[in-house]
Ligand binder design. Sequence first.
Ligand code: SF4
Length: 335
Amino acid sequence: MGIRDTTSLVERLRAMNARKIMLMLPDGLKRSSYDLFNELSRKFAVILASDAFYGACDIGNPDIYRDVDVIVQFGHSVIPNINYPRPVIFEEYRTEFTYDLPDQVYDPIVGKGYRTVGLLASIQYLDTINDVKDHLERLGLAAKIGRQDSRMGYPGQVLGCNFSAAHSISADVDCFLVISTGRFHAIGAQLSGSKESFILDLNERKVSSMKDETEKFLRKRYAKISQSLKANRFCVIVDTKVGQYRKKLADLICTQLKELGKDYIMMYSNEFNSNDIVNSGSDAVIFTGCPRVPIDDYDRFPFPILTPVEFQTLFGFKKSDRYVLDEIVEVDRLN
Ligand code: SF4
């Protein structure tokens, strides 16, 4: 991942009358900091954001971006239904891949007798989705690309917090194939509709079933969730990142905790800190920010941390005969 031509970026910034801009670079692009800074500083006043950021749901610290004209975030695609408090340009990163996969790559799917495949991809690999579709069709399979909801920019696109493109075709496909290196996207696809999910890793040029990994994920998750059954004091966290802010949901969870006769507090946070929870004497956390945090980071915390929907199914506020993944459709306005 390296620096690209900045001509069109400069044109867009000029069209927006930008003078002062803030650049947000993911770790993989940080090596381009000097080149980008020097190049763009000839035309604009440039600052670089140093804080880690997690996706298009996060435009960093308001104290830093408050007085810039435009934020430029590299590597992610816009989340269309977020009301960003400053203008943001998203410079997407798409992996360049010359499609030349042999037929045998798809043997794991063909061998299972599946006839219709639902195709999904994370943003970096979205340019390959039509090549994969054509290839599957040449092999005699049908391939479908699902419609996204208003949180997503493209058909077939998945984020760790949104599988709407999978839901839209789940009833019509036999399995999913997810083009991604992030295994969670493929686990999420399987959980979204109980259809077997496969991952196509373009680096390894390999298709693998996610069935066993999804079952392992579920075993771990149920073990973790059940630890909160005995909890009495719950901390409900509201994340103040612009694309993770779900205050209304947090209010609902507090009402439900009250109904259960549980003690609870609501805590606002931009960078979730384990010590705050331990020091507050909480037994468990219900996290309304990024759905990936309770799932990816649970072993960082010495207490159970649940997604809102895990809490609601565990305590009977939602009925479901299968595990339900927390997904974000839209967030509340921050101000
Ligand atoms: S909420 Fe989480 S999964 Fe969704 S875009 Fe943000 S960091 Fe990614």
